[in-house]
Ligand binder design. Structure first.
Ligand SMILES: [Zn+2]
Length: 67
């Protein structure tokens, strides 16, 4: 099984830019393009979103609820 990939700091910065340009869908698309495979439910977005290395949502930046 492959380890789950989270967004790096650079990808996080890019995601913020993309979110302002194209919204959540642009970030989702970007994450798939970049091969980010770690996605979890976000209470802020109310859907599954990519994870970033800081253990927060790549779309809205909300911290993940500890599981
Ligand atoms: Zn979110």
């Amino acid at each position: 099984m492959k380890p789950l990939v989270k967004a790096t700091h650079e990808q996080y910065l890019k995601a913020i830019e993309l979110y302002h340009q194209g919204g959540a869908n642009a970030v989702h698309y970007f994450a798939n393009q970049e091969g980010i495979t770690s996605w979890n439910y976000c209470e802020g977005c109310n859907e599954e979103t990519p994870d970033c290395k800081y253990n927060c949502c790549l779309v809205c930046g909300l911290a993940r609820r500890p599981s």
